[in-house]
Write a protein that binds this ligand. Sequence first.
Ligand code: GAR
Length: 205
Amino acid sequence: MNSDKKRLAVLASGSGSNLQAIIENCQNGYIPAEVAVVLSNNTSAYAIERAKNFNIATVVLETKDFDSREAYDKKVVEILKSYEIDLVVLAGYMLLVTSEFLKGFQGRIMNIHPALLPAFAGTDGIGDALTYGAKVAGVTVHFVDEGCDTGPIILQDCLKIKEGETKEELAKRIHTIEHRLYPEAIKLFCEGRLEVEGRTVKLKS
Ligand code: GAR
């Protein structure tokens, strides 16, 4: 094992196409890291199957088995610590993290959101942008803080919404951007090139 490699935990609730892009970019050497564990809150998340296909350790924890969200996150942190994780990557993880989680991995949790934050935060960024009649959509990768999609922005990219474009068509184009942007942000973190000053994430050369 290359000792310079960082150890990632990817948390996903659904399909896991971002997870797949991250694993592939670790394996081809673009990201100097390995995905040490994939954790989901959803027993039927396809992300878990994808991880197993790469022989990556998986954990499924359901919130209903815990007395509170804090108790759930305490367990998640305990598990991730046991894997000696450097960076927690939320990839379609549809739970808000509590202060228990933030305390455990201060400044080391990233999220991807399918909109140009601070516009269209929440669970349906793509649908909300279309419903609103926005002309531009996008992708944001950000550090996670105590708010919902509010942490310091690492990278963003945008695209013009085509006239009459369906949600499925737009989602497909957004996913293509996500699969490039998330590996890039994770690579920068792993290379120690991200510096946070207040709300601003600076890129060190
Ligand atoms: C991605 O589009 C991601 O941006 C979004 O969920 C999708 C997961 O896709 N996340 C959020 O909306 C978080 N608020 P995937 O499971 O195929 O990676």
